[in-house]
Each structure stands twice: as C-alpha cells, then as structure tokens.
Write a protein that binds this ligand. Structure first.
Ligand SMILES: [Zn+2]
Length: 275
C-alpha cells in the first residue's frame, strides 16, 4: 500500500504544533550557568537571561586567535540528534586556535517539551520583534543580537528531516547541507568531501541543497552580518547514534575547512554494568 504523507520537512509547517499558553512554559531554572566567564578557554552565558525562554550558550576558545564558528541546534525542539551532538561537542572539543560557540537549544521551551514548536515555528520568526506578543518573536530578536555580538565568521544550525534526500526535490532535506543564498559557498565542496569520507554507507553521505527561506534564522544572519550560514539536516530514518555521529562529523569537517585548530577530548566515562 502506498502512503501519501504530507511533505513535512524540517522547515515546513508542523502538522501538530502545540499551542500552549506561554504561562504553562517551564520557567528557566535559576541558572547553574553563570553569566561570567569560568575560564579563558570556556566562557558561558545565556540568551534571554531572566525570561521563560532563557537558554545557555558556551564558547570554547583557543589560546591563539583564528576563525570563529557558531554551532546552533534545537531551533526545532524535537530534533534531538543535533541538540545532543552540540552538547557532546561543547563538552569534548578543546579549541587550540579560533573559537567555537555552542547554542544547543535555540528554542529551549520547545526542546524541554520535546515539541517542534510552541506557539509558532521559531525558524520563520526572524529577524524577530523585541515587543512581539509571542515569545518566539522576542527570542528571535535576541538571537539576532546575540549572533552579531559573537563576531563569528560562520554559523551552522543542526536540524533533522523525515525524508531522505531524493536527489531532486529540495524539500527532501535528509542528509543535506542547506544554503539559502546563491552561489553555493565554495568552502562547501571540501567540507562535503571530508564529512563524506566518514560515511559508513552511501545513504549517510551529505549533499548540498539550495533552499532559501527568507525569514529563517540562517538567512537573516547571512544578510545582516555577511557570515557563512549553513543548515545541516540528518535523516530521522537512521538510528539516533548515527544521526549524532554524522552531525559531529560535519561540524568537525567544517572546523577543518575554516582553519579552527582543535583536539577532541575522550568521551566521558560511562557506567559499565556488572555481568
Ligand atoms: Zn529543523
């Protein structure tokens, strides 16, 4: 039997977006994340500090100057692989030159609920409005300012898609890197080669995918700050571990191409159960 599913990819409207009143949102906890630097190589803060949508960021900074990359995830709260990949990279990446700034949960209320969005799709709310009624408009405005303050050369946003790219339809986003401003950024060719050298099978390979969305975060960052902006999409048909690994492979390939020097610390020790 053939099933004709609505084509709901990452950037599309969500078929069952939650419409919770803002009052029911989880309130930001009283911050284990300090606004002040905790070390020269590890700086932390919050976007939207003191609001219901406060969300932590962390900058891993090298001893030497160099290119600066922002790694974002969780603009759609149910796209967990990117969130977990950003968490793991933030914990394990030791930057030697340049800097990497991690913002794993752009839409933290949605991520806490495990939902794509709360009132509206945050990725269609840019450049935002500081006096907007929905928190998404205010959060988008704060994110615009925050990205500008990071003085970064590039930003990559980690997403997930229900559809594996079919080679033709740009809305099949799975295993693609999406750019929204032509021409294709020249750096992408080398990044794709590096990331795809680590693919365990053909379907894990990433392809470049041109798909502009004017009100998306990435395009607004590119337009306002002139930085390189990319969206990476893994395919939800893969197991979670594969999706996390492929997000990490691509981010590390992008760091290599940008010229950020780094070392990966070993994974945190895991509990070993007794036989
Ligand atoms: Zn998404």
């Amino acid at each position: 039997m053939l099933l004709f599913l609505p084509l709901v990819a990452c950037e599309g409207p969500h078929p069952a977006a939650a419409t919770l009143p803002e009052a029911t949102l989880p309130v930001a906890s009283p911050a284990p994340v300090a606004a002040a630097p905790v070390g020269a190589d590890d700086v932390r803060g919050e976007v939207g500090a003191g609001t219901t949508y406060a969300t932590p960021w962390r900058e891993r900074r090298g001893a030497a100057d160099g290119p600066r990359l922002i790694v974002e995830a969780g603009i759609h709260g149910d796209e967990v692989a990117g969130i977990l990949a950003a968490d793991e990279l933030a914990a394990r990446l030791e930057v030697l030159s340049g800097a990497v700034v991690f913002l794993p949960r752009m839409n933290k209320p949605a991520a806490d609920l495990g939902e794509r969005s709360v009132n509206r799709d945050l990725n269609h709310a840019f450049p935002g409005d500081p006096t907007g009624k929905d928190y998404e408009a205010r959060l988008a405005a704060e994110l615009m300012a925050w990205v500008g303050e990071r003085d970064a050369d590039a930003v990559i946003t980690l997403h997930e898609s229900r559809y594996l790219h079919d080679g033709k339809n740009p809305k099949t986003f799975g295993q693609t890197v999406v750019y929204g401003v032509e021409p294709m950024p020249p750096i992408l060719t080398g990044v794709l080669d590096r990331a795809n050298a680590k693919a365990a099978e053909e379907r894990e390979r990433f392809r470049a995918n041109y798909y502009p969305i004017t009100t998306s975060s990435t395009e607004q960052f590119v337009a306002r700050y002139g930085m390189l902006g990319l969206c990476l999409e893994t395919w939800r048909g893969f197991p979670l571990g594969t999706r996390i690994r492929r997000h990490e492979d691509f981010v590390l390939a992008l760091l290599d191409a940008l010229g950020v020097a780094y070392r990966m610390e070993p994974p945190a020790a895991t509990m070993v159960s007794k036989p």
